[in-house]
Write a protein that binds this ligand. Structure first.
Ligand SMILES: Nc1nc2c(ncn2[C@@H]2O[C@H](COP(=O)(O)OP(=O)(O)OP(=O)(O)O)[C@@H](O)[C@H]2O)c(=O)[nH]1
Ligand SMILES: [Mg+2]
Length: 690
């Protein structure tokens, strides 16, 4: 590939609700620009951007891929992001580095919750948005319905530049409202089309749509506006396009294009528009403290880290200013350290194309960096520049990972570390309450794929299970308890004797006080009493779960001048605590999750009903946020929502999304607690008898 100057680059991210056709469209654009000579299909697993085995197997995108294609005199870096909510981390990374967003809408589904979500992300970043209404060849496809849905959701700046010709299986091309031409395609996917006059049956509709479009465009230029108002009919397509480009860059027009990615219809027209209308890096949304200039100081953001089967760890970055040269030393200003780098590459799907340098505005990759991670800034050593990182969402789906064998267990820790490095939306932690290793991610498939990666990339076999709920125990009342530990074994005896009071303690997990008078428990044994109780808190008297929110006061006891020991007082304290706790209204506590669920308005009833009747949930609020979506805020016990990522998806046909955080612990209702306690006791007994 030849080299391109900064102003010749377009970084265009493709975003949509899952499955709207981003990868197919990327493939079609690569084919149209002759970067590839065969048009692959997602369903056959042979596209440039869905190359990962996980993607080939599932026919969905799991990772963000970068695919540059050369069109006219520019290089369009297509950034093909996944659409499914499980892989939102990759989508957010793509959104972070895209200078404009190409948002696909499936003409059979219209604006979906995922469409709305990516639109909001793009809006937050304040980047220009293009809309491509795809799949017009499918049964039940409606350009008009999709367009109206987009206008209702995203406002009147959504303006069509084209109209489709033919419907469903009869879809054959489009009317270009700017050039006032029709382009008619054959259906053999070769992308060739014939220019023709606008079909008579569309003439009137096209004339109305053109008038609206031209009116919107001329608003952006006083001169053109005057001419338009004076009835000038000679405003040229070039003049309109130049002004349109400006309107797109300042978000006053969101142009709508249409086509079929798999039939390769409308693809070159889309690329023409991207070349003209998408901002180059000099025109793009400015980064704080950075001036885009290939000759300026270096600043680059690492947006992705992947374990490549051939080159090893591969670090993807976008250069914002300066020029990143290969074979030298770079400075990671996030970590505050330098490191060696080798060959730098442009990437196209799984291919790495060696280049000598990556200039401001372009995207590149480098292999085998040691300390650099996703979100880090690479900058000149003395500049101190730190670019804003990537705002990854917190995980929603927790699973327990278990090594299959001892050999797997030995490798598991390191492998999990590498996995997390590749995918910042995966979190790994040990749950102290249950002893399990928890891997959490954005959904069941995400975690499943992560487990498969452990096997494929790092040779570690694991199983994935629903985790045990980390219950806790507490006491709701208070009681006094006494225990005397006294034993005569051979010569030396054991003697420890305590009186304690246990009470519920709202403020703290554990508090220990003593009010012993007259030295009934000698000073030097009091720490042993506290230590004994602390130790036993990890296995509560009710069911063996950790105990929290208790206060213990040691108020009396007795000792023996010869037989007393720290050990004897420790045992006495533990036994007294067990007795006391069981008499102080012991209770099981369960974790409660905060949920924020976003669904199309029509699903609100079902989702609320399910939360309140099937999941012991409480709805705290409901907000119609417009665009046809409602946000429901609720709380529910974690035990009832461990599979919510999957359940919500099936309840809403994939149109609902949610976020979840553990909020606090609450007393578990008796009938449920009894069952949990008896099951947990059985488990503990089984474990102890092994
Ligand atoms: N009929 C028809 N099918 C299409 C079209 N575009 C994509 N598809 C099909 O829709 C499915 C999803 O296409 P993809 O290209 O994988 O969509 P995507 O947006 O990349 O999907 P994710 O990345 O997984 O969100 C595949 O089965 C495609 O063959 C189209 O224009 N017409
Ligand atoms: Mg895809």
């Amino acid at each position: 590939m030849r080299s391109y100057r900064t102003e010749q680059i377009r970084n265009v991210g493709l975003f949509s609700h899952g499955g709207a056709g981003k990868t197919s469209l990327t493939e079609a654009m690569l084919f149209a620009s002759k970067a590839i000579n065969r048009l692959g299909r997602v369903d056959e697993g042979n596209t440039v951007s869905d190359y990962d085995p996980d993607e080939v197997k599932r026919h969905i995108s799991v990772n963000t891929s970068v695919a540059p294609c050369e069109w006219q005199d520019v290089k369009i870096n297509l950034i093909d992001a996944p659409g499914y909510a499980d892989f939102i981390g990759e989508t957010k990374a793509a959104m972070r580095i895209a200078d404009s967003a190409l948002i696909l809408i499936d003409a059979t589904g219209g604006v979906e919750v995922g469409t709305d979500q990516v639109w909001n992300y793009a809006q937050q970043r304040n980047i220009p948005r293009f809309i491509f209404i795809n799949k017009l060849d499918r049964e039940n496809a409606s350009f008009q319905a999709a367009l109206e849905a987009a206008q209702a959701a995203f406002g009147s700046n959504v303006v069509p530049l084209q109209l489709p010709i033919g419907k469903e299986s009869g879809f054959r091309g489009l009317v270009d409202l700017i050039h006032q031409k029709a382009y008619l395609y054959s259906n053999n996917r070769d992308g060739k089309f014939e220019e023709a006059d606008i079909p008579a049956d569309l003439a009137e509709e096209a004339a109305t749509a053109r008038e609206k479009l031209v009116e919107r465009i001329v608003e952006g230029d006083d001169d053109l506006m005057m001419r338009y108002l004076d009835g000038d009919t000679n405003i040229s397509a070039e003049e309109l396009l130049a002004t349109l480009g400006k309107a797109i860059c300042n978000d006053s027009i969101f142009p709508v294009m249409c086509g079929s990615a798999t039939l390769n219809i409308g693809v070159t027209q889309l690329m023409d528009l991207l070349a003209i209308g998408a901002p180059n890096p000099l025109q793009a949304q400015a980064e704080e403290g950075v001036k885009v200039d290939p000759n300026g100081p270096l600043s680059a953001l690492v947006f992705k880290t992947a374990a490549d089967p051939y080159v090893g760890k591969l670090t993807y970055f976008k250069v914002y200013s300066g020029t990143l040269h290969g074979d030298g030393t770079i400075h990671n200003s996030t970590k505050g350290s330098a490191e060696r780098i080798g060959q730098v590459y442009n990437v196209r799907g799984k291919e790495q194309l060696p280049v000598s340098q990556i200039e401001a505005g372009d995207i590149g990759a480098v292999a085998k960096l040691q300390v650099t991670q996703t979100g880090d800034t690479i900058a000149d050593a003395d500049s101190g520049t730190r670019l804003k990182g990537i705002d990854f969402p917190s995980p929603l789906f927790r699973a327990a990972v278990k090594a299959r064998s001892k050999a797997d267990l030995e490798k598991m820790g390191t492998a999990l570390g590498r996995l997390v490095e590749e995918d910042p939306t995966i979190k790994v932690e040990r749950e102290a309450g249950t002893g399990e290793t928890i891997m959490s991610g954005m959904g069941e498939s995400h975690v499943q794929i992560a487990a498969e990666k452990l096997h494929r990339k790092f040779g570690v076999d694991v199983t994935i299970e629903l985790p045990k709920v980390p219950y806790r125990e507490t006491i709701m009342g208070s009681s006094k308890a006494e225990y005397k530990h006294k034993k005569q074994t051979g010569g030396h005896g054991q003697y420890g004797h305590v009186h304690i009071e246990v009470t519920h303690n709202e403020a703290d997990d554990f508090e220990f006080t003593e009010t012993v008078v007259g030295g009934n428990v000698p000073r030097n044994y009091i720490p042993a009493v506290e230590k004994g109780i602390r130790e036993i808190l990890s296995e509560g008297p009710l069911a063996g779960y950790p105990v929290t929110n208790v206060k213990v006061n040691l108020f009396d006891g007795s000792y023996h001048p010869v037989d007393s020991s720290e050990m004897a007082f420790k045992i006495a304290a533990q036994q007294a605590f067990k007795k006391g706790a069981l008499e102080a209204k012991p209770a099981l506590l369960e974790p409660i999750a905060d949920l924020k669920v976003t669904v199309p308005d029509s699903f609100v009833g079902d989702v609320m009903g399910d939360l309140t009747s099937a999941r012991r949930g409480r709805v705290l609020g409901m907000d119609q946020v417009g665009n046809g979506f409602t946000v429901i805020e609720a709380q529910a016990p974690l035990a009832e929502v461990q599979r919510y990522a999957t359940d919500l998806r099936s309840m809403t046909q994939g149109r609902g999304i949610f976020s979840m955080d553990i909020s606090h612990y609450e007393v578990c209702p008796n009938n449920i607690a009894d069952q949990i306690i008896s099951e947990h006791k059985k488990e503990l007994e089984a474990a102890h008898s092994h």
